[in-house]
Ligand binder design. Structure first.
Ligand code: NAD
Length: 505
């Protein structure tokens, strides 16, 4: 192992290490990345840009923990007890880990605290599932044979995550991965790496044996791709953009790793003229302006029936313009920043693209000026009306606070427009007609459909995408299957094996 962590804090910038074998260590090549607070524009931390050698070390640590460490001796009940203890440690430190994430990605403190308080529930759920029976006994066509199945952990899981909900999306992977007995290497986004290191420290303090949960920080390449190509990694659990998911799937294919992918979206939020308008408008606002639009499930295409289109545009614009964009640390703020400068520039560039494609700008459309934060990456809630579904703003994921309002005439047209996309992550339906609600839900090609609500997720129900929004599902009981292999065991309960060439002998 390399020399111990610098652990120094110079002029308000704290240097962190890789978290391997339950301790922070310095990267072999000594290369670090700056972590910038998107509200202030100031560097506040540095983390290693893990090289292939660092990743090798993390994989070695995770593999030996899986094959020969104390973790191997953990019964399901022991893993469950650990998950509950880890949840308690998170609850005790919820404010701190929320604060770290706000410093990293500029999301609202109240949303980050809310997420932190929910995390123990995820671990409680998987603690319960860890102890449920998982195999089956199978009646066979042959006599005097017993056949049963067992589900076993895959081995070393690499969890590669984005910056929008850094820890919650890690929890979605850690819960089932650890419940099933795997060991984990997390590779958080280079934008939000510090919270993951602190998270792993909490796991160690809660009693997790060394090597079971490691963190390597760094860029997609070299750090992420070193994991994806590593023969010692058994599974990649990825959340991020569709383009990166495609690259990971093809690289992981070379060693036939298991892969689960939670990718991008361009989700339709469909308002029929028989909807409760107050509730629908609230759902539209939350769907696209929550988290500054930086959620994979953002309701970025708002489809409105023509008979009420003008009324919805007017009311939605009024609400968008009333949103308080401000300091993410202030509990009164309603929208924080965009997470990093490249994303900020991408969001602003899509405003130009939408305008030049002929969409009508009816709210926002520029950066937002916030007193005391001259360098903050704030964007005004932006609304385009008269968008058609072939425009780039309707087809490409922006991942920012830009809503596109699209008009439709009837149910068939709404379904056609909703499904005319490469994505299939989520969709919303607003209607007072129960038959229509279920009829349309069944016709939408999306992994999640919300009827008269939007942007709800839970540990108890699967989440994932149709089409190019992903592969596999997270959350829910079946998520454990994504972290296990199934083994079929045959037992002779009869008279022994006969000579295959002379069975009468
Ligand atoms: P991204 O794809 O750029 O990066 C995600 C992670 O992958 C980061 O840790 C990054 O360092 C790593 N990475 C990049 N290139 C890699 C490579 N070649 N090999 C291995 N790892 C690599 O995504 P982002 O910009 O951080 O996040 C935004 C995207 O995430 C959006 O497209 C959004 O829709 C998606 N997202 C999806 C969900 C979901 O559940 N479906 C949830 C949140 C975010």
């Amino acid at each position: 192992m390399s020399q111990s962590l610098p652990g120094t804090s110079v002029a308000g910038v704290t240097r962190y290490g890789l978290f391997i074998g339950n301790q922070q260590i310095a990267p072999v090549d000594g290369e670090y990345l700056d972590v910038v607070n998107p509200a202030t524009g100031k560097v506040w931390a540095q983390v290693p840009n893990a090289s292939v050698k660092d990743v090798d070390m993390a994989v070695e640590s995770a593999r030996s923990a899986f094959e020969e460490g104390d973790w191997l001796g953990y019964r399901a009940a022991d893993r469950a007890k650990f998950l509950i203890r880890f949840g308690e440690a998170i609850a005790d430190n919820a404010e701190e880990i929320a604060q770290l994430q706000v410093n990293e990605n500029g999301k609202l403190i109240r949303e980050m605290v809310g997420q932190a308080k929910l995390m123990p529930e995820y671990f409680n759920y998987y603690a319960g599932l860890a102890q449920m029976p998982t195999g089956s006994t199978n009646p066979l066509h042959v006599k005097q044979m017993l056949n049963y199945t067992v589900r076993e952990p895959l081995g070393v899981v690499a969890a590669i995550t984005p910056w929008n909900s850094p820890l919650l999306l890690l929890v979605w992977k850690l819960g089932p991965a650890l419940a099933a007995g795997n060991t984990v290497i997390a590779k958080p986004s280079e934008v939000t790496p510090v919270s993951a290191i602190r998270f792993a420290e909490l796991a160690a303090e809660a009693g997790l044996p060394p090597g079971v949960f490691n963190v390597v920080t760094g860029l997609g390449s070299p750090s992420g791709s070193a994991l994806t190509g590593h023969p010692g990694v058994d599974k990649i659990a990825f959340t991020g953009s569709t383009a990166t998911g495609q690259a990971i799937a093809s690289q992981a294919g070379k060693t036939l790793k298991r892969v689960s992918l939670e990718l991008g979206g361009k989700s339709p939020n469909i308002v029929f003229s028989d909807a409760d308008l107050t509730s629908a408008i609230n759902g539209l606002v939350a769907g696209i302006f929550g988290a500054s639009g930086q959620t994979c499930m953002a309701g970025s295409r708002i489809l409105v029936q023509d008979t009420m289109y003008d009324q919805v545009v007017e009311e939605f614009v009024r609400r968008a313009e009333a949103i308080k964009v401000g300091d993410p640390q202030n509990p009164a703020s309603e929208m924080g920043t965009v997470a990093c400068r490249p994303q900020f520039e991408k969001v602003l560039s899509y405003i130009d693209i939408a305008k030049s494609d002929g969409a009508r700008l009816v709210a926002g459309g520029t950066r937002a000026e916030v007193d005391g934060f001259p360098d903050g990456l704030f964007v005004r809630p932006t609304v385009f009306a008269d968008v058609t579904n072939d425009m780039r703003i309707a087809q490409e994921e922006v991942f920012g606070p830009i809503a596109s309002l699209i008009r439709f005439h009837d149910e068939d047209e709404a379904v056609r427009i909703a499904n005319e996309t490469q994505f299939g992550l989520a969709a919303g339906i607003w209607t007072g007609n129960v038959q229509r609600a279920h009829r349309v839900a069944s016709r939408l090609r999306a992994g999640t459909v919300w009827i008269n609500n939007y942007r709800k997720t839970s540990y108890a129900t699967p989440f994932g995408g149709y089409k190019q929004s992903g592969l596999g599902r997270e959350n829910g009981a079946d998520a454990l299957r994504e972290y296990t292999e199934e083994k079929s065991v045959w037992v002779d309960t009869g008279q022994g094996v006969k000579d295959p060439f002379n069975p009468r002998a």
